[in-house]
Each structure stands twice: as structure tokens, then as C-alpha cells.
Ligand binder design. Structure first.
Ligand code: FCB
Length: 481
């Protein structure tokens, strides 16, 4: 006797699409970019040079000798780029403002033509139904301020606060959400302790005043934005990642602890808890910046102004060991540490890697979000302000960009976010890094993080398959219940 249950059907030849990450329908979707990475027009309409323009002229600094002078030429193509964002269906767009476009000398007279560009961009975004969420500072200090001492100078924090007030005054009638600074840790360590980023000071731990002045600039900027009215929301963008010791040995554990403190907590504790993580760091800062205990305390008060949002950028975890004499640690991370540092990175094995050779570890995002939630009882609502991957896929013979690996990466990391939410972390939104391929700092145009492919010879834009996937995902989640 035949029954329905005895009927067999041939195996489904179509692969089953993996399930969507489970996210709330009100989750805020976005993409992120930074001025120096996309705008180009380095000398147009009265813009002054930034430290990245100067750094790029120095031989050997940037892979391929590339410079940010043209980048994606977004300065002249913003209307088209915003149209693309509108069709993607995002809620928010995180871009950064080039300080030296608005204030070519870093302070003093406003360059109105530069300001007009941002005013136009904001209008274009609002017309497209996208909330503009600018970052005031994404590593591109006006060279004029660098020549006067840059972030080693306390007065650079005050200059940033004045610039913040100018921006809120000019755009605050239409922009109501702000990010102060991007990744103070990477800027301090890569650009000031090491020489991999501008301004390439290579000062080792003597660069700690830079960390302090950046943190103080953040606090002063929060204050300037708040002074413009209660309707303004403000947050900071920090890069966070889990740090694990390579073994249980006390030496490795100690090395990992120190690395974690210097890369994560030195930049988060002042903002979220009004303290430096331990006496060692507090003393290092006070001594190198020439501050009394009282001044340090006052500055920590400035740095810890309450925030409406906390931005987390996540790319990869780090495994650290105590350096083993004679072992070669070069090429494990994107930057090499001087041999006399008390910690060394260990290559993470057994995981996929992006074309930038960064390990793909989505669970690290859940882990760091849970750690932040536990460490800071008053953690403001979190936005993932950057997450993404470099894969070198370009248009194939059919004209399409089949960047399957990016889709897998984004799906896995959004699932990691959903797991953090299920564990109680208040994550409200997610921005893909990046809206389009762009100038990837010391790697030049060689690393492609975009949802949109950019041909850097013709500046032609081509949507990648991940762009369509992200658009459809946003739509499905938005209409889920
Ligand atoms: C982050 C930067 C961003 C981009 C990504 C790949 O550290 O904030 O500008 O370069 O890395």
C-alpha cells in the first residue's frame, strides 16, 4: 500500500540557502566610509593637506606608491554614490569629514567651499531618506597641526573641539547624530608608536600623550556637540577585539594581558569608566604627558562624558605570546612590533583568511561584545560601526562580481551579532565596511573592502553580488516580525 510518507523525492539539486541572522525588525542598517579613503580632490576648492597626503609622498610608505589624491573621486561623484546607497536601502550612512577641507590650517578661517560639500552631501542623504552620521576625525589630521606638534600637543585636543563646534553649527540643523573619533588605538599605535601609518613617528610607548590627547579631544567634542542642544546624539568609534594568550604559561598570559590593556582598555576605560585600566598605564600617561595626579583626574572627567552610542569596529582577534628569542614574528599581523616589545603575535591557524590575510573568526565578535557588556555596566547601546573583509573579486566575463566569500563573511558576522543580542548585549545597528572599494591606508588600492567594486583607472562603479545580498537581507529583516 502506498502512502504519502513512502513517496521519496529525488535529492534537491539546489543548494539550501543558509538561514538569515535573526535580528530585530527595527535594527539599523548602514555602510561606512572615511574621507581620506574615498573623496580624492585633495587640492580642490581650497582644501589643505592632511598628514596622509604628506605620508603618501614619502617613498616606500604605501604599497604600490599609491596616494589618496584621487581615491574614488567621491568629492565629484557624491550624488551618484548617494543614489546607490538609497537603492541599497540603508538607514544610516557613516562618512567622515576631512578636517583640512573645512579648516585648511586646522583652526582659524573656515573654507566655505569645503563646508558646502558636506552640506550638499547631507542634503543628498536626507533627500534619499538616509540618516547622515558623520565621524569628525578619521585619522586625517591637518598637516598644519602636525607641523605644530600634532597629537603630542595638548592644544590639538582644543583645536578638535573648536572644529567640532564649527561642524555642529554648520550642519546641526540637519545632522543629529555624531561620531567623534575613529579608532584612537590604531591611530596611536600604528601612526605614533610604530611607523606604519601617518604621521609615522615610531616613538614606542613614549607616544602615550597621543592616546591621552585623543581621548581628551573626544571628551571635548562630546561637550561641544551637547552644547548645541539635547536633540544631538553622540558616540565614539573604537576598534575592539579579543586577545588570547598562546598558552596557559604565566609569561604568555602576562604578555596577552598587557597587549589587551594597551590596545583595548586604555582607550575604552577612560571613556566608559573614567579611569585608566591600571596604575602602570596611568603613570605612563601622567609622566610622559607631564600631568599631575589632579590634572589626570580632571582630564578623565572630560573623557567620560556620557554617550548615546558606542561604536565597535571588529575585524579579527589576536593571539599573543611572550617573545621567544630567535623566533621570527614578522608578517603575522599587518604591522610588525619592534623586537624589544614584551609581546608578540602568533598566527591563528585553522581558520579561513581574507585576501588581506586577516583570519576570519566571527565568534570573536560575539565574544568581544559580551566582554564589553560585562566590563562596563553602563555600556551605551552599541552600533557595529565597521565590519567587513578584503577580497579581490572583480567583474567576471558576465560583468557581475561574484564575491561569495564576502556574503559568507557578512552573514557569519551578523549571526555573531544576533548571538550577542540573544546573550543580552544591546546592539542596535551594523555598518558594513565599506560602501565601496577605496584607499586602504598603507595598503593603497590593493585591498578591496567594498560592496561596490571601483575600477581605479576609470573610477567605474560595479555593484558586487554582496551588494544585492545585503539589500535583500535588509529588506527581509525589516519586514520580519
Ligand atoms: C579600520 C579603519 C577603516 C578601514 C578598515 C579596513 O581599522 O577604521 O578606515 O581601513 O580598518
Amino acid at each position: 500500500m502506498s502512502t504519502a510518507s513512502s513517496v521519496t523525492s529525488p535529492a534537491d539539486p539546489m543548494p539550501v540557502a543558509p538561514p538569515d541572522p535573526v535580528l530585530p525588525s527595527g535594527f539599523r542598517w548602514g555602510t561606512a566610509t572615511a574621507a581620506a579613503q574615498i573623496e580624492g580632490a585633495a587640492e580642490t576648492d581650497g582644501r589643505g593637506p592632511s598628514i596622509w597626503d604628506i605620508f603618501a609622498t614619502e617613498p616606500g610608505r604605501i604599497r604600490g606608491g599609491h596616494t589618496p589624491a584621487v581615491a574614488c573621486d567621491h568629492y565629484h561623484r557624491s550624488a551618484d554614490d548617494v543614489r546607490d546607497l538609497a537603492q541599497l536601502g540603508i538607514d544610516e550612512y557613516r562618512f567622515s569629514i576631512s578636517w583640512s577641507r573645512v579648516l585648511p590650517e586646522g583652526r582659524g578661517t573656515v573654507n566655505q567651499r569645503g563646508m558646502d560639500f558636506y552640506s550638499r552631501l547631507v542634503d543628498e542623504l536626507l533627500t534619499a531618506g538616509i540618516r547622515p552620521v558623520p565621524t569628525l576625525y578619521h585619522w586625517d589630521l591637518p598637516q598644519a597641526l602636525q607641523s605644530a606638534g600634532g597629537w603630542l600637543e595638548r592644544s590639538t585636543s582644543d583645536a578638535l573641539a573648536d572644529y567640532a563646534a564649527i561642524m555642529v553649527d554648520a550642519l546641526g540643523d540637519r545632522v543629529h547624530q555624531w561620531w567623534t573619533l575613529n579608532e584612537m588605538n590604531v591611530h596611536t599605535l600604528y601612526g605614533h608608536a610604530l611607523t606604519d601609518h601617518a604621521p609615522a613617528l615610531g616613538m614606542g610607548l613614549d607616544c602615550m600623550p597621543v592616546a591621552h590627547n585623543l581621548l581628551r579631544a573626544h571628551g571635548l567634542a562630546v561637550h561641544a556637540i551637547r552644547a548645541a542642544g539635547d536633540h544631538h546624539e553622540v558616540g565614539v568609534v573604537q576598534q575592539h577585539f579579543p586577545v588570547h594568550p598562546a598558552s596557559d604559561s604565566p609569561e604568555d598570559v602576562e604578555a596577552a594581558d598587557l597587549f589587551r590593556i594597551l590596545t583595548n582598555w586604555t582607550f575604552a576605560d577612560p571613556v566608559l569608566a573614567g579611569r585608566y585600566p591600571d596604575d602602570f598605564v596611568a603613570e605612563l600617561v601622567a609622566t610622559s604627558a607631564g600631568l599631575t595626579a589632579g590634572q589626570l583626574e580632571d582630564d578623565l572627567g572630560v573623557m567620560s562624558e556620557p554617550l548615546d552610542h558606542y561604536g565597535v569596529n571588529y575585524y579579527e582577534p589576536t593571539v599573543i605570546e611572550a617573545p621567544k628569542p630567535g623566533k621570527d614574528y614578522s608578517g603575522i599581523l599587518e604591522v610588525d612590533f619592534p623586537a624589544d616589545m614584551p609581546f608578540s603575535p602568533v598566527r591563528i591557524e585553522g581558520v579561513e583568511r581574507t585576501d588581506f590575510d586577516w583570519p576570519v573568526v566571527p565568534s570573536g565578535l560575539t565574544e568581544i561584545l559580551r566582554t564589553l557588556h560585562e566590563r562596563y555596566p553602563g555600556l551605551p547601546p552599541v552600533t557595529i560601526t565597521e565590519n567587513g573583509c578584503s577580497y579581490d573579486d572583480g567583474p567576471g566575463p558576465d560583468g557581475a562580481v561574484h564575491d561569495v566569500r564576502r556574503i559568507d563573511y557578512l552573514r557569519a558576522h551578523l549571526t555573531a551579532v544576533s548571538e550577542a543580542i540573544a546573550a543580552g548585549v544591546d546592539v542596535r545597528g551594523y555598518y558594513v565596511w565599506s560602501a565601496m572599494d577605496n584607499f586602504e591606508w598603507a595598503a593603497g588600492y590593493g585591498e578591496r573592502f567594498g560592496l561596490v567594486h571601483v575600477d581605479f583607472d576609470t573610477l567605474q562603479r560595479t555593484r558586487k553580488n554582496s551588494w544585492y545580498w545585503y539589500r535583500d537581507l535588509i529588506d527581509r529583516v525589516r519586514h520580519s516580525r
